[in-house]
Design a protein around this ligand. Structure first.
Ligand code: F6P
Length: 525
């Protein structure tokens, strides 16, 4: 969002939306809305690349959606989107372009779109494809190498959540004989537990870190290197590879097999870069290219579909409607697919690290709310844990269901039950059930979105993730924040370095009473 854009709460559309909510919104009833307009499902559902989305069970009517689209226009959403695709430095606090979409762009020769690209983008695109080809060739080499049975990704945040989520999601496409492990936490139990299963001659460590400075990753990488040497491992070049923008630091660390990427790829948007190497090893070069193509199809949808039928735009605007007008503080992600079990964790970083900001692009405090809390577990497990609160609690939590039409297994009786449950939960949230007794009363009228994939494939997963990236972009653009920096993670890192030294010396000078008390408790014999 350029500093010149009108702040969302100062637009005419924002005021009109307030009026609209007072007029109808507070009494808006989904059950009545469906009765009054049988076409409601068609009005508020749509196909998008590789998936189908039903938005009809949301607290929204046609006039509200028109106003939300108007809000998007008045906030300059299209201009901001085009600025990203043009490679402008929209990450203003770090003075960087935001071009993760380029990582899934076909090579220029394959496609007319190159004409649109500036020369700078065309150059970057050539580099992207050179690196992709090298990374995929390496992935194929590892796949063909029977001696390598275990691949350990050491990384955290975007260097862990994306590849881990995707490898689990596409388990069905994984090459048998290759086990993938993910170590992120500095808690040594995690690395120790993985190392106990490994032999150095059969192991490939991938050290994944955009900066190659992150404490957790460097600590784990160093311990892995020591373990490798202590176990008699010698050939670091064969058993360690680094995935990083900081190839020099990887070299200093002693790793010569490196795959690079660029500062215009944010950590939480880096799954499409060499950070995706674990996925490429798991599903192969062809599968990885399909994954990129699925995401690219969603990029094109976002870039060129009119706002009214543009799914990331519709979802992002709904997010704004719920957060700023209804005051809902969280969104529950409910993937009815155990393969997608890490999707909520992945989306937490995507949404909350991107849009968990309290100031606008100009650094001034904002008078309205931004990112909701995201949380969730796969269905049907969540039903037996916190769905009680979704149905009968005092807070309304919009739920985003993700379901897959075709199962990837052949066990009879399972998939029908799974799909019946996801449909039933969305239905129950909306319909509710009257009971005079109170305890068994379900108020209903609780909103949900339903995303339906035909099958969970590399392409549909790519499209689903790109959809989520762009919807986060949309709400961030409306809120006028920089969705691509993450200054909020810095303070804790600095303090941890100071406290680590104090743990060794016992010095608590200048600390607050609680931290000092806890420090003394921890170091007391
Ligand atoms: O601390 C937050 C963060 O910078 C994330 O944005 C990032 O994904 C993660 O740390 C890991 O960073 P890196 O890939 O540089 O190790």
């Amino acid at each position: 969002m350029s500093a010149a854009s009108t702040r969302c709460d100062q637009t005419a559309a924002w005021t009109a939306l307030r009026v609209q909510l007072e007029k109808t919104g507070n009494e808006f009833d989904l059950r009545k809305a469906f009765k009054n307009r049988p076409e409601r499902f068609d009005d508020f559902s749509q196909a998008a690349p590789h998936l189908f989305a039903d938005l009809s069970k949301n607290l929204i009517d046609a006039p509200t959606e028109i106003l939300l689209l108007e809000l998007a226009r008045q906030c300059g959403l299209e201009r901001h989107r085009d600025a990203m695709f043009a490679g402008e430095h929209i990450n203003s606090t770090e003075n960087r372009a935001v071009m993760h979409f380029l990582l899934r762009n076909p090579p220029p020769a394959q496609k007319g779109r190159a004409q649109e690209a500036t020369e700078k983008i065309a150059d970057e695109l050539s580099r992207v494809h050179e690196t992709l080809a090298a990374m995929l060739a390496y992935a194929e080499q590892v796949r063909a190498d029977d001696a390598i049975t275990d691949i350990v990704n050491i990384g955290i945040g975007g260097s862990d959540l994306g590849p881990q989520m995707a490898v689990l999601a596409l388990e069905e496409f994984r090459l048998p004989g290759k086990r993938l492990h993910f170590v992120s936490n500095v808690d040594g139990h995690e690395l120790a537990g993985v190392l106990a299963q490994l032999k150095p001659e059969n192991t490939l460590f991938l050290i994944a870190s955009k900066t190659f400075t992150t404490t957790e990753t460097m600590t784990n990488a160093l311990s892995a290197k020591h373990w490798f040497g202590a176990q008699g491992g010698k050939d670091i070049a064969r058993h360690f590879a680094a995935l990083t923008t900081n190839v020099a630091a990887a070299g200093e660390f002693g790793i010569s097999t490196t795959f690079g990427f660029w500062d215009w790829v944010g950590g939480r948007y880096s799954l499409w870069s060499v950070i995706g190497l674990p996925l490429a090893i798991a599903i192969g070069a062809q599968g990885f290219r399909e994954f990129l193509a699925g995401a690219h199809a969603m990029d094109e949808h976002f870039r060129s579909t009119p706002l009214e039928r543009n799914l990331p735009v519709r979802l992002g605007l709904l997010d704004v409607w719920y957060r700023n007008f209804h005051g809902f503080t969280s969104r529950c992600i409910a993937p009815y697919s155990s393969a997608l079990r890490r999707l909520p964790a992945y989306l937490q970083q995507l949404e909350m690290e991107s849009n968990g900001k309290r100031v606008g692009v100009d650094g001034q405090a904002l008078p309205y709310a931004t990112a909701p809390v995201l949380w969730g577990e796969p269905g049907t497990n969540g039903q037996h844990a916190y769905f009680q609160m979704l149905h009968q609690g005092t807070d309304v939590v919009p739920v985003e269901f993700v379901a897959v039409k075709k199962a990837g297994h052949s066990l009879p009786g399972h998939h029908g039950k799974l799909l019946a449950n996801v449909l039933a939960q969305a239905q129950a949230l909306m319909e509710g059930k009257s009971d005079a007794g109170g305890h068994k009363h379900f108020p209903g009228n609780r909103p949900s979105t339903f995303l339906l994939l035909e099958e969970l494939t590399p392409a549909s997963l790519g499209a689903l993730i790109a959809l989520q990236e762009h919807r986060v972009f949309v709400s961030g653009a409306i809120w006028g924040i920089n969705s691509f920096d993450q200054w909020g993670v810095e303070l804790g890192k600095v303090l941890a370095r100071d406290i680590e030294a104090r743990l060794a010396t016992g010095d608590d000078t200048g600390l607050d009473g609680s931290t000092s008390g806890l420090l003394r408790k921890i170091i007391s014999g």
